[in-house]
Design a protein around this ligand. Structure first.
Ligand code: ARG
Length: 272
């Protein structure tokens, strides 16, 4: 009899324990909802569509041999898209209108060596900075008279309209340096103007100038002036798309940590 009682007590206790355990289960291991929450909006499902003014080597340009888009930004966005589980598609877009195009949702992001500025940040969100740059003067190799910004007095200065080079030229004018700004829709036209002698110099992003002078040292020469402050490139995202901005920042961070960013950097700029 005593034995039966013990067995019964043990049975009751273990049943009670099991009951509790079962009741506890849903609280301790919540199951994810059946359909995962949508993280961000895309212009085309499964594709990260990137607006870029693709005439800006070494950041974005068309490879003459393959006819394909290439450059630092192209590699960067291709990797970012891959890590987000998306295809990447570049949409070649004129610089003038590139921000309105994002606001009109023609593409999901802008990656176009775009400097993060306060003015632009009123219209679009920027990712964390992905590249440090600055303005420099690009001048004719045969012209030795230009050694710094002050020597631009009385000169014709080519810029791509609406770029930070354009803004920097305007600032110099405000400071009393009497230069004439000649605005072009694209950077290649601004460089051509120097070659043709239509402009004495250009104010453009440093790595674009370095490459032009490296490729064609008989035509171009770079003049660096500490007058120009550092600038930071960012990936622009529509203000309604915070989820995409967050996802891009996370992936960028990951790429910086695991060495992929450095790999892409070294491919285009060598060991910094
Ligand atoms: N960094 C400069 C700016 O943001 C020039 C960028 C021009 N980019 C281009 N792909 N043309 O204003």
């Amino acid at each position: 009899m005593k034995k039966v009682m013990v067995v019964a007590v043990v049975l009751i206790l273990s049943l009670a324990f099991l009951g509790c355990a079962q009741q506890e289960q849903p609280k301790t291991t919540p199951k994810p909802t059946a359909t995962p929450e949508k993280k961000f909006d895309l212009v085309t499902k499964g594709v990260l569509t990137v607006g870029s003014d693709i005439a800006y080597p070494p950041f974005e340009y068309t490879d003459e041999k393959t006819g394909k888009y290439t450059g630092f930004d192209v590699d960067l966005m291709t990797e970012i898209a891959k890590r987000l589980g998306l295809e990447v598609k570049f949409v070649n877009t004129a610089w003038d209108g590139i921000i309105p195009g994002l606001m009109a949702k023609k593409y999901d992001v802008i990656c176009s060596a775009m400097t993060i500025t306060e003015e632009r940040a009123k219209q679009v969100d920027f990712s964390n900075p992905y590249f440090e740059a600055k303005q420099v003067i690009l001048t004719s190799a045969s012209d030795t008279s230009i050694k710094g910004v002050n020597d631009l007095n009385g000169k014709k200065v080519a810029v791509q309209q609406g770029t930070t080079g354009d803004f920097a030229a305007q600032k110099l004018v405000e400071k009393g340096i009497k230069l004439e700004i000649i605005r072009f829709e694209g950077t290649p036209e601004a460089l051509l103007a120097i070659q043709k002698g239509d402009a004495d110099a250009a104010i453009i992003d440093n790595f674009v100038a370095y490459l032009a002078a490296k490729k064609d040292p008989k035509t171009y020469r770079v003049v660096d002036d500490p007058e120009f402050p550092p600038e930071y490139y960012g990936i622009a995202v529509h203000k309604d798309n915070k989820g995409l901005l967050k996802a891009i920042n996370e992936v960028l961070e990951e790429m910086k940590k695991d060495g992929t960013y450095d790999q892409i950097y070294e491919k285009w700029f060598g060991k910094g």
